[in-house]
Design a protein. Structure first.
Length: 320
């Protein structure tokens, strides 16, 4: 074998090893400089050719680290040198999602100006807009929508839409914004078949319930267990809200999954004669039974609702 060739090969290997160690060290220096918010050091390293998209095994990218530390100027510097706006951290969130989560508007503007995708999805369906809704950041939601965020983009582990999330949280201003931007109040999530209206009713948010209905939400849609908004309100203990939902509901024979009770059975169990009369006037059956075979009269007697008991007896012992 040619001795010169052996020496040349050995030398080349040493050079490769040296360069590998140098760049590994440079990558670590870059991440450390970002951590220290050392703009001068970061600028020098990037000018020397260090990759702005380097990361650790835990997916700690310089850009995401700068976002999490609320370092707006550092974010701008990294973007200038080609940092990828769509990298994913350990939690599968983009820099934009993280900026929305911490509520840093300056960083959000920088990322959007660098063409960060406002509709990027996490594995569980989360979006930047969903983060804004989740953290009740109305102005940031407006910013994202202005930059093309899909108002009905999937979000959350059960793929709730932003409107579903805002409705469940009782955020009236956010619900108003999303509806103004065209959110569909009748979409149902993939996990449970919930609508924004069912969620608002379940959590007792009366103003949002009425707001959604006014904007076209269907009060007769049922979730995967068969609950309508009316039944959702009753099962969660919001009887006053349920009594207001009666006037908008056509499907009065829907039942809850646990007891098999219709709205009439729930009104009876709660001792709400006014609601029971309203249900009957709108066509609800009075001869319905729960899962255990219990009638309205059975419930009224068991719970000692004397007024309802007398009224039902006058209606021929529960006949239609």
């Amino acid at each position: 074998m040619d001795i010169g060739l052996v020496h040349e090969t050995s030398f080349a290997a040493k050079v490769r090893d040296y360069l590998r160690e140098y760049w590994d060290s440079a990558d670590e220096r870059l991440l450390k400089a970002v951590e220290d918010n050392d703009l001068e050091e970061v600028a020098m390293l990037l000018a020397q050719g260090v990759d702005p998209n380097t990361s650790t095994e835990r997916r700690e990218f310089p850009l995401i680290q700068a976002v999490l530390r609320a370092q707006s100027e550092m974010v701008g510097l990294l973007l200038k040198w080609g940092a990828n706006t769509e990298v994913r951290g350990e939690c599968d969130k983009t820099p934009l999602m993280e900026a929305v989560r911490i509520g840093h508007e300056s960083i959000i503007r920088r990322l959007l100006a660098a063409k960060a995708d406002p509709n990027a999805l996490t594995r569980s369906g989360g979006t930047a807009l969903w983060e804004a809704v989740n953290w009740r950041r109305l102005h940031i939601a407006e910013m994202l929508l202005a930059k093309g965020a899909k108002v009905d983009g999937d979000g959350g582990t059960q793929r709730d839409t932003p409107l579903m999330k805002a409705s469940s949280q009782g955020d009236c201003d956010m619900v108003r914004l999303l509806l103004q931007k065209g959110a569909d109040p009748n979409l149902q999530n993939a996990g449970h078949g919930w609508t924004a209206l069912i969620l608002a009713a379940h959590y007792g948010h009366e103003r949002i319930v009425l707001q959604l209905i006014k904007q076209g939400a269907n009060p007769d849609l049922q979730d995967a267990t068969g609950r309508t908004p009316l039944i959702a309100a009753y099962t969660a203990g919001y009887c006053n809200l349920a009594s207001k939902l009666i006037r908008y509901t056509q499907n009065l024979e829907a039942v809850d999954p646990e007891y098999g009770w219709t709205g009439a059975l729930w009104a009876t169990a709660q001792g709400d004669l006014s609601a029971l009369k309203q249900l009957h006037a709108r066509g609800a059956r009075l001869n319905t039974r729960g899962k255990q075979g219990e009638t309205l009269l059975d419930l009224a007697r068991a719970r000692r609702h004397i007024g309802i008991t007398r009224w039902l007896k006058r209606r021929s012992n529960g006949g239609v």
